[in-house]
Write a protein that binds this ligand. Structure first.
Ligand SMILES: *Cc1c(COP(=O)(O)O)cnc(C)c1O
Length: 480
């Protein structure tokens, strides 16, 4: 007992970027998603790995490294052996034995393939773990949750795949009716489990997001439905994404040799995981933020001014984002973890439509990050050239990363571009660039032929709430 109390005293806790939400442990942060003060949770201190710790990772399996990297974040909330079993099961769903294999594109140029999970995009890496961890925590606590999410692309499919059939949750995914690709829609709507509810909203993706936001800000409904968020601001997803930075850097010679990473970026979750890895002791010389023409982060790094424009639709839809939610976490770090300053900047954004970083804050960002915007013509050319020069066929999101990496090339150290989706998810863009449709993996082919199930409802808050209330088991079977 005394030992356990000692342990808990040393454990890291999670604080909100806005400073007024309760300080929580791992399981509560995972279930909360967004903090109640509107901020995002971060560990109160970064755990550190020594060079010897990192050296030792090069001989381990993906799941073994994952346990070592994530254990400090999970702490005593989950026993070590149980956590190891959950991690093992999550990554057994990947079709490649290395889970996230490295492929050499050219001398010193690497791709880290993150798309070997069930829905062929990198969202599976975090979601397969999150689904199991949430289910376990809810079961242990004797509770149930209602997951509601909105998707324009890959998140919905990955979340449904991770939560389908789990006794402790009902999952509702909103997508804009008639506005997602065939492959993406079928990945969601062919799920057969009773706890999965696909909702096609008669509106745009922005309408879906507005409905979702209204629901989470309705604190009475939030508590009544026991709402849980699984979008990319959930800390557990970022945590799971730090792992492949360690796995790949260790394979390429870290800790002796530093590595540069280039990350196709939308909501800033993936690249923030890279920042977290560097704070944990991984020698990353630079993180390159690769965006499509929705280039708010490139403009911010140049001028210090963060100002969303209208979203432009591109061939890399999962990066068609102007408000990069996870960027708030980096601002918190750049401001020396001053939550009053973060609140001030977020007020500026809400009130005037932009905020401006101080010289010091901007210098902090520039010391760790570079940013490159890649237009549609360059994306197409990159897919074509890479296929012709190397035989490797990449998807448009990965192509944004490769084009940015080529501009940030160095001969000194390896440059690793994160390959975030399988080309078969975006067959039209690939065919337009190469003249050939990509091969469809069998796990996707099965889905493409199966029956679809979804409900079409109006873009109306009350209609949405009525739909969810009628089906969420949290409401039907109230907790004692
Ligand atoms: C979600 C997604 C991204 C962007 O990742 P963020 O964490 O939002 O920056 C890039 N590529 C693909 C294929 C994605 O699904």
């Amino acid at each position: 007992m005394a030992d356990q109390m000692q342990n808990q005293a040393n454990e890291l806790r999670y604080v909100s970027t806005r400073g007024t939400a309760p300080v929580l442990g791992f399981e509560d942060v995972m279930l909360a998603g967004l903090a109640r003060d509107g901020g995002l949770y971060l560990p109160d201190v970064w755990p550190r790995f020594t060079p010897a710790d990192i050296q030792a990772m090069s001989g381990l399996s993906y799941a073994q490294t994952a346990c070592r990297v994530m254990e400090p974040f999970v702490g005593s909330d989950i026993a070590r052996e149980e956590f190891a079993e959950i991690v093992e099961a999550a990554y057994a769903t990947f079709s490649h034995s290395a889970v996230t294999p490295l492929v050499e594109l050219g001398s010193g140029q690497w791709l880290l393939e993150l798309f070997h999970g069930p829905t062929l995009a990198f969202k599976d890496v975090a979601m397969q773990l999150l689904g199991r961890l949430m289910d376990r925590t809810l079961k242990r606590r004797g509770g149930r949750a209602t997951i509601v999410g909105a998707t324009s692309g890959d998140t919905g499919g990955a979340a449904i795949e991770a939560f389908a059939g789990r006794e402790s949750v009902d999952i509702f995914i909103l997508h804009p009716h008639g506005r997602v690709s065939d492959v993406q829609r079928r990945q969601m709507t062919t799920a057969r489990a009773d706890n999965v509810h696909n909702i096609a909203i008669k509106g745009t993706f922005d309408d879906c997001q507005a409905l979702l936001k209204a629901l989470f800000n309705d604190l009475e409904q939030r508590d009544r439905l026991s709402l849980a968020g699984v979008n990319s601001i959930n800390w557990a997803r970022i945590m799971a994404q730090t792992v492949y930075y360690f796995v790949s850097a260790a394979a390429l010679g870290a800790p002796e040799r530093p590595v540069r990473f280039c990350v196709p970026t939308g909501n800033f979750g993936d690249v923030f995981a890279g920042y977290a890895a560097s704070r944990m002791g991984l020698p990353i010389d630079r993180l390159v933020i690769a965006t499509n023409v929705n280039d708010i982060l490139v403009r911010t790094l140049k001028s210090g001014r963060y100002e969303p424009n209208a979203v432009v639709a591109t061939s890399s839809p999962s990066m068609d984002i102007q408000v990069s939610s996870n960027f708030e976490r980096l601002i918190f770090e750049a401001a020396g973890r001053d939550s009053v300053r973060v609140c001030q900047l977020m007020d500026d954004l809400a009130g005037q439509g932009s905020f401006t970083l101080s010289e010091n804050e901007l210098a902090f960002l520039r010391s760790a990050f570079a940013a490159e915007a890649v237009d549609e013509e360059q994306v197409e050319r990159t897919i074509r050239e890479v296929a012709r020069e190397t035989g490797y066929v990449c998807d448009p999101h990965t192509a944004v990363g490769i084009a940015a990496a080529r501009r940030q090339h160095t001969t000194r150290i390896p440059v690793v571009t994160l390959a975030t989706a399988h080309p078969a998810k975006f067959p039209d863009a690939v065919e337009a660039a190469t003249g050939k449709r990509p091969d469809v993996p069998s796990r996707l082919e099965e889905k493409l032929g199966a029956d679809e199930r979804f409900e079409i409802i109006d873009n109306d808050y009350d209609a949405l709430v009525a739909f969810i209330e009628a089906r969420a088991r949290v409401v039907a079977e109230p907790r004692a």
